[in-house]
Design a binder for this molecule. Structure first.
Ligand code: AMP
Length: 394
């Protein structure tokens, strides 16, 4: 179902309560990466352009335990940064609910912005406590959710508030939906899915969900070895999830029944130990010697992947092809990022580590869509209903 857009809301003379994802890295009071703040500007600028509209911002930052208040989790540096970026005063509230905040909001003038303090200072936020949600909702006339990164959580500020005031999606969430929805519903074919990462257990739901829509699926990373084992290959000391071999077997049968091409590594870069300085050895075979573990995919596998990605009109990528954090084992992931960046089709990268990889290796601006939500994008691809999005459906 399509979501309501911020454009569908009548914002004239309204106090607009906006949930943003300002969960930014802060070191000694300084923000080390402000991309999440920058990403929110189009929605905020749109709202502030509407006659008489004002903005009340809410976000979480970090994980205050049990709702404890600690200066390190304060959104104060974020308010200062936002003020710099907008060239406008941003008033920092000392709390996110309560009498003093209500008074501050009552006196807000058109065009002004208030940043509420961290909503996770209250454990009622993650509990999605209705009374807490009502207190938040009281601060606005309408609600806009632009925090895709927390849309898979039914929290008070992402879901609860919509029970009290009308809500819609900001431009960031809208963009995420516009890229992910067609992949699950009606992708431009051929669709190639590239799925990697450490474990079958954390990716099997995505594999199963995408199986119905893709014409080929490339499986790399640590999770490939459980499949290779099931296929009768030798995997040496590579990552193996013994308890998932049956699941892997079932998946392979389902893929073959659907006629989906599944591409597994046919050569490997291996190591004798899992370490940053381990030497990478090339194995020109799908079988890995007993004393070695697969750490990255080899050049023949990359050539095979290229055949599929060159043909694809849509590519979705989740999870690195190898241990890309170690420089001897990052070539496979870099090469795949490069192939995806070179594609003329629609390319979508979702999931924490593959997003980190395209950013780290400098391909992000050549990808149609790099998701802002790790867990949320994974759950989206699994075909799950995201509560924060469900709450603002039309
Ligand atoms: P995920 O969060 O499930 O996408 O997994 C990402 C992690 O998988 C990264 O930290 C990679 O280092 C790890 N990974 C990728 N390939 C391998 C491999 N062959 N062996 C062990 N870990 C791997």
């Amino acid at each position: 179902m399509p979501v309501k857009s911020v454009r569908d809301l009548d914002l004239k003379n309204k106090k607009v309560l906006v949930r943003v994802d300002y969960n930014v890295p802060v070191k000694e009071g300084k923000i080390t990466d402000d991309s999440r703040i920058t990403a929110s500007l189009p929605t905020l600028e749109y709202i502030l352009k509407q006659e008489g509209a004002s903005v009340i911002l809410m976000s979480h930052l970090g994980r205050p335990k049990g709702g404890e208040r600690k200066a390190e989790f304060s959104l104060s540096p974020v308010a200062a940064k936002l003020s710099d970026l907008l060239g406008k005063k941003v008033t920092m509230a000392d709390d996110c609910i309560g009498a003093s905040v209500e008074k501050l909001v009552q006196n807000i003038k058109p065009g002004e912005i208030i940043m509420l303090e961290n909503v996770r200072y209250y454990k009622e936020e993650t509990d999605n406590n209705p009374d807490f949600a009502r207190k938040l909702a009281k601060l606005g006339d309408v609600y806009v959710n632009d925090a895709f990164g927390t849309a898979h959580r039914a929290h008070a500020s992402t879901e609860g508030v919509t029970k009290f005031i009308p809500g819609a999606a900001g431009f960031l969430i809208e963009k995420e939906i516009n890229f992910f929805e067609p992949i699950l519903k009606n992708p431009q074919q051929p669709l190639a899915a590239v799925i990697g990462g450490a474990k079958v257990s954390s990716k099997i739901a995505v594999l199963e969900s995408l199986l119905g829509n893709c014409s080929s699926m490339i499986i790399g990373g640590g999770m490939a070895y459980t499949f290779l084992k099931v296929m009768g290959k030798k995997i040496g000391k590579s990552l193996l999830e013994e308890e998932f071999t049956e699941t892997a077997e079932k998946f392979l049968k389902a893929a073959s029944a659907r006629g989906v091409d599944i591409v597994f590594p046919i050569d490997h870069i291996v190591a004798t130990e899992f370490s940053e300085n381990a030497e990478g050895l090339y194995i020109d075979s799908s079988d890995i010697p007993d004393d070695c573990m697969g750490m990255d995919i080899g050049p023949k596998t990359l050539a095979l992947i290229k055949e599929h990605l060159t043909k694809a009109k849509t590519i979705v990528w989740n999870g690195p092809m190898g241990v890309f954090e170690f420089k001897n084992f990052q070539r496979g992931t870099i090469a795949v990022a490069e192939m995806i960046a070179a594609s003329k089709g629609i390319t979508v990268v979702g999931g924490g580590d593959s997003v980190a990889a395209v950013n780290k290796f400098g391909y992000a601006d050549k990808i149609s869509h790099v998701s802002t939500g790790g867990g949320a994008s994974l759950e989206y691809l699994e075909g799950k209903v995201l509560p924060g999005i469900k709450a603002i459906e039309k």
